[in-house]
Design a protein around this ligand. Structure first.
Ligand code: GTP
Ligand code: SPV
Ligand code: MN
Length: 595
């Protein structure tokens, strides 16, 4: 099938196990993709949308019990349990292979097995890595074609004896009780079964580019992070880059392509998108930290996306996009979701496939984790550096979570090690991006709790170690766009107005503005966050103003002291793998708060 003997042997072995009727190699051609779209339309797997309104766009609905990542069914299979750490579910590799082999057995009978060669990063470039995904789902093939670089060029880059990450996905019988997303970092292998939802089955994304890649990064001296990458162009034409890690559904896509408020765009400020979800970071020859986006598409949250909150995301979905679990608008064969506009269609099908009319239904039309898969090249503000295989030099790293209280709007760490500490104590309310309860605060260090492919204690040590290798270290910050009033309204306007905070961050990087030193780090003086032309009502009759800003910039000690207790418990889980430096940082914070 290919020129690579190892690859051929593995495909044969997997075919022997799964027993597909046919095997089809994905070559990356538009002709083949078009044939597959037609086939998936004929079988009802996808619906072709109004090609005048949305050329090249399709709609897909997953099974109703298969709408998000399943963290409780996700496993890291290392020889030693401790290497997976308390942050991961663990299974013995041999036991897992044996258990899942039984489930894969004959699972592709009567079906086709697609062989998808894909590259994370620009094909054949120095920091790119190759993978092969075997799947029985055309939906997966079509999504991988958007999300990654796919086809024959990747096989050429793997060559006759090159390496690749082996990914096997079978929808099997979609039994949610036998659903497994398993990783074998010691043999570059991913096995996924009984799901058809994005993060569980687009194996290049979270499985490879975060879980396997984070493991490889630690071995090879680089980092794979759950981060967006954006460039801020100043009126003088200079572009500074920052990378930001927020947990799932906490605003990465929105920040990555934000449009600054008019007072800034008029002066010539612009934001350029390099990536919205994953960054691979290395130390460059110049001693700076460089970040590249290994993906080629956006798998973005649909609800809440509109021409006001995120026009660049919405415009990215106007062609060649696959929508998953949104409302099918039968009035004009297009799509709709909560927060798109105030005109929901009355003749429509909801995400479950049932007739839906918002005037009579009390159910949401789109699933809260409904998504669009859109090519990055569609984005009006895609960075000219997106295709640069080396990526971009990073001036600031920003951590952030969804916290109703406790975390201030923004603060800066004292130095790299303290910044690693700030990342390690992140917490956020859970969202619909993963199955399980929504809105529960949990510790989510660096927004990587579900994605570190090894022991998180070792991961923290790797972050500290990386700091010693970066001569010109990025400054590290923490933001929280999600502070709530007691009535449950967002205090901070968010979205485009987040640029006002980014401006302060960039000024801090250039030593252009002072800050107030507090127990947790450097906090802005309220006067240094530009509120010019900001018209936001927190709730009716309560305009946002400088007093509200002061309030969300304050360090509320009682909350922080409670948080420290929770952090101590969290850290304790990692026992001897927990770096002493972070324990010292925690002790320091505690003593500053209680003195
Ligand atoms: P994943 O793709 O799951 O990794 O999510 P993400 O981090 O890219 O999150 P995304 O940008 O898609 O935002 C998720 C949700 O948060 C959407 O419903 C947004 O409308 C909302 N959101 C994003 N930014 C802000 C903000 O600044 N303020 C408020 N209040 N909501 C925001
Ligand atoms: C996330 O959950 O962080 C996502 C979506 O980006 S998924 O690809 O499903 O992981
Ligand atoms: Mn994500």
């Amino acid at each position: 099938m290919t020129k690579n003997k190892k690859l051929n042997a593995w495909i044969e072995e997997m075919a022997e196990l799964n027993q597909p009727d046919n095997i089809v190699l994905i070559d990356g051609s538009e002709e083949q993709a078009e044939k597959l779209r037609a086939e998936a339309c004929a079988s009802g797997e996808i619906f072709k949308l109004n090609q005048d309104l949305l050329p090249g766009c399709y709609l897909h609905r997953t099974a109703v019990n298969d709408v998000a990542r399943v963290e409780h069914r996700t496993f890291i299979c290392t020889t030693n349990k401790e290497d997976a750490g308390p942050n991961n579910n663990w299974m013995d590799p041999q036991e897992c292979y044996a258990k899942l082999s039984k489930l894969y057995k004959n699972s592709m009978r009567g079906k086709t097995m697609y062989v998808i060669p894909y590259s994370m990063g620009v094909v054949g470039s120095e920091f790119a890595k190759n993978g092969i995904e075997l799947t029985d789902s055309i939906y997966v093939v079509l999504n991988m074609i958007i999300m990654t670089r796919v086809g024959s060029a990747v096989l050429d880059s793997i060559g006759e004896d090159g390496d690749f990450v082996k990914g096997l996905h079978s929808r099997a019988n979609m039994d949610e009780n036998e659903r497994y997303i398993t990783h074998f970092p010691e043999d570059n292998t991913i096995w996924s079964i009984n799901s058809g939802y994005g993060g569980n089955v687009l194996l290049g994304k979270k499985c490879f580019a975060l879980r396997i890649a984070s493991y490889l990064g630690r071995k090879e001296g680089w980092m794979a992070e759950h981060m967006l990458i954006l460039g801020i162009e100043s009126p003088d034409g200079n572009v500074d880059y920052l990378a930001a890690a927020f947990p799932s559904a906490c605003g990465k896509t929105n920040l990555a392509m934000l449009i600054p408020p008019e007072i800034y765009t008029q002066k010539g400020y612009k934001v350029w998108t390099v990536g919205d979800d994953i960054a691979w970071l290395r130390v460059g020859e110049d001693g700076r930290l460089w970040a590249m986006n290994p993906e080629n598409g956006f798998f973005g949250v649909a609800p809440g996306t509109n021409m006001k909150s995120n026009p660049n995301a919405l415009l990215s979905t106007k062609k060649d996009t696959i929508f998953t679990n949104v409302v099918h608008n039968l009035e004009n064969n297009s799509v709709w979701w909560e927060g798109l506009d105030k005109n929901p269609p009355h003749n429509a099908i909801d995400w479950k496939g049932n007739p839906w009319d918002p005037t009579t239904s009390d159910q949401k039309g789109a699933h809260p984790n409904s998504r669009f898969t859109a090519p990055i090249r569609n984005c009006p503000c895609v960075s000219s550096e997106f295709e640069n295989p080396k990526g971009v030099p990073i001036s600031a790293i920003v951590f952030g979570g969804r916290r109703a209280k406790t975390a201030p709007l923004v603060y800066q760490s004292r130095d790299w090690d303290n910044g690693v500490f700030v990342g390690s104590i992140m917490a956020s309310e859970t969202t619909a991006a993963a199955s399980g309860a929504v809105g529960v605060v949990r510790r989510d260090p660096m927004a990587m709790l579900p994605f570190v492919g090894y022991n998180m204690g070792d991961y923290f040590a790797h972050w500290l170690e990386m700091g010693t290798k970066i001569k010109n270290q990025p400054k590290i910050f923490n933001v929280n766009w999600f502070r709530l009033t007691d009535e449950g309204d967002f205090v901070w306007p968010g979205f485009g107005d987040n640029f006002r905070v980014l401006e302060w961050i960039m000024k801090r990087c250039k030593n252009e503005v002072d800050a107030r030193e507090t127990e947790i780090g450097y906090v802005p003086y309220a006067k240094d966050i530009n509120l010019d032309d900001l018209n936001y009502e927190i709730s009716e009759g309560r305009p946002f103003n400088v007093d509200e800003l002061e309030a969300i910039l304050s360090v509320e000690k009682d909350y922080w002291i409670k948080d420290v207790e929770n952090i101590e418990e969290f850290y304790a889980k990692f026992g001897s793998r927990m770096p002493a430096k972070l324990l010292e940082e925690l002790a320091g914070l505690k003593s500053r708060l209680t003195k």
